[in-house]
Write a new protein. Sequence first.
Length: 191
Amino acid sequence: MLSNSVIYVGSENPAKIKAVEMAVAHINRLEKERCGNAFTLEGIRVQGHAVSSGVSAQPRSDEETIQGALNRCRALKRKAPAAVCIGLEGGVQESSYGLLLTNWGALIDEAGQTYIAGGLRIPLPPEIAEAVRKGQELGTVIDRYAHQTNVRQKEGAIGILTQGYIDRSQLFRDIVLLLFGQMKHYSAAKI
Ligand SMILES: O=P(O)(O)OP(=O)(O)OP(=O)(O)OC[C@H]1O[C@@H](n2cnc3c(O)ncnc32)[C@H](O)[C@@H]1O
Ligand SMILES: [Mg+2]
């Protein structure tokens, strides 16, 4: 059990906050099945706070995207030193297979240990990739592509490009599970 009853997320984007809530619910279900009461997040509240990512609005490499996730959780940790803080960041990465959609997360635990984890990645279609390479934000380009508004706060580019088989919250949920999983693994008996 965490001593602090709030987990902070460095964003007010509902897709990201929902992702952390989904991860917490998944862990509680899993731990109940395993009767592993040592690691429960029962009763934990998830709270979003807008903080600066400290990188460009559209990170263009894994390095920059990881940095953005780290900056977000470090900014939160300065505000709430005793809490678990999470930063989630979307970005793109150039490859010989096209421009890839990428997502990264970072978590600082109660003891101050930092963990990072990456998410699923798929190539962006050439017309989206071209617009992003020219300097536009993916969030803007995907809205135009999907004839929708605020896709980034809903199913995300991943949801649009996979017909909703995987949406942005599910993608970030898995990243958050990788973060909590590592936290549990490396901090073992402490929780
Ligand atoms: O309020 P914040 O937390 O900043 O949420 P955001 O939607 O802007 O998300 P990010 O800053 O993490 O994403 C960086 C950029 O990549 C874009 N992006 C990344 N993944 C996306 C997705 O799945 N759908 C739409 N836009 C995405 C987003 O619009 C930003 O321009
Ligand atoms: Mg942003």
